[in-house]
Design a protein around this ligand. Structure first.
Ligand code: NAP
Ligand code: ZN
Ligand code: ZN
Length: 347
């Protein structure tokens, strides 16, 4: 076993604190990655605080992982020692169900091995995430990371990047379309960059007037402060596609109303309580409400390659791990520009 250092929480109201645990020795198909940076996703906070009521403690969060391969198993072909590597929200899956075979492993019908707050394939051993010195992952679930982008800005692509890229592709967002992004946080800011790069005309819907300049710098063409519902009413029926990346309670009907005939609202935000959907905002214009969860390995690699080709990376604030508590508080307040990333050399 490999002694590993990390930060863990012991319960929903506990702080994250130094924690020691063991990683498995790399098997024939595994790579051992020395973690350099790990993004701080709002899902880390939801789970650390048991807001989704499925938390396992102690918990080492973190699923936006980048680093360098330090060791490879005897059958590994994709990676060599010293290569950059990335790990996202899951580290294995059943590999035999229809969804795994289709490369949509995130929807594995049997057992998705979450990077943390999950169990290994034995369904007993807890998994620990990226707020740690190293991780051992099967190469089939490890991503090739481009070396043309600053590594700390690549880390958030492993969750925020793929979670926004996947629905934009699935609903064929492109040239000439009007797209709304609700909530300018970690996911939202990647949604803006990606949708704009695909040729869409992007509007940010935000509760924070102070984010307008940033939104435009990220590629948005319009910015609407949502505290004033009248501004939203004036935009009814004008949007082709809306990406809702809000982490807390909000009125989704306000955004459904913005969709044109057969427009789609894709929900990626995961607030702890159910959202109320009125029948008429959905029925009118034959609108669709869709959900989307991260993306499969193949599509995650496609997204990383797309970002390298288009020079797209996350806007980040790099922090030492000792400031993780403050980063959580600021993220919950919407005060993040636009992703905290932990420099793991500070561990
Ligand atoms: P984040 O950085 O905290 O961003 C969330 C944004 O939502 C905030 O910046 C804020 O934007 C807005 N917001 C926050 N509280 C609000 C409120 N009470 N009313 C209206 N707007 C509010 O979070 P994130 O990391 O991007 O994650 C967003 C959500 O997606 C979380 O629930 C997370 O768990 C979920 N998630 C889902 C997936 C998936 O696979 N579907 C993957 C990753 C994360 P403004 O200041 O612009 O209003
Ligand atoms: Zn995430
Ligand atoms: Zn499966």
């Amino acid at each position: 076993m490999i002694p590993t250092r990390g930060y863990a929480t012991q319960g929903p109201t506990a702080d994250l604190e130094p924690f020691s645990f063991q990683r498995r020795e790399p098997g024939p198909h595994d790579v051992l990655i020395e973690i350099q940076y790990c993004g701080v996703c709002h899902s880390d906070i939801h789970q650390a605080r048991n807001e989704w009521q499925n938390s396992i403690y102690p918990m080492v969060p973190g699923h936006e992982i980048v680093g360098r391969v330090a060791r490879v198993g005897s059958s590994v072909t994709k990676f060599g020692e010293g290569d950059l590597a990335g790990v996202g929200c899951f580290v294995d899956s059943c590999r035999v169900c229809n969804n795994c075979k289709d490369g949509e492993e995130q929807y594995c019908e049997n057992h998705l091995v979450a990077t943390y707050n999950g169990t290994e394939k034995d369904e007993k051993t807890p998994t620990f995430g990226g707020y740690s010195s190293q991780i051992v992952v099967d190469e089939a679930y490890t991503l090739k990371v481009p070396d043309s982008l600053p590594l700390e800005r690549v880390a958030p692509l492993l969750c925020a990047g793929i979670t926004t890229y996947s629905p934009l592709r699935r609903f064929k967002v492109g040239e000439g379309q009007k797209v709304g992004v609700v909530g300018l946080g970690g996911l939202g800011h990647m949604g803006v960059k990606l949708a704009a790069s695909m040729g869409a005309r992007v509007t940010v819907f935000s509760t924070s007037p102070s984010k307008e300049k940033d939104a435009r710098d990220l590629g948005a063409h319009d910015f609407v402060v949502t505290r004033d519902p009248q501004r939203l009413e004036a935009l009814a029926g004008k949007y082709d596609f809306i990406l809702d990346a809000v982490s807390a309670q909000h009125d989704i009907n306000l955004y459904l109303n913005l969709l044109r005939r057969e427009g789609v609202l894709a929900l990626v935000g995961a607030p702890e309580k159910p959202l109320e959907v009125g029948a008429f905002p959905l029925l009118t214009n034959g609108r669709a409400l869709a959900g989307s969860m991260i993306g499969g390995i193949r599509e995650t690699q496609e997204m990383l390659d797309y970002c390298a080709e288009h020079g797209i990376a996350s806007d980040v604030e790099v922090i030492p791990i000792q400031r993780i508590g403050e980063a959580y508080e600021r993220t919950v307040r919407g005060d993040v520009r636009y992703r905290f990333v932990i420099d793991m050399s500070t561990l």
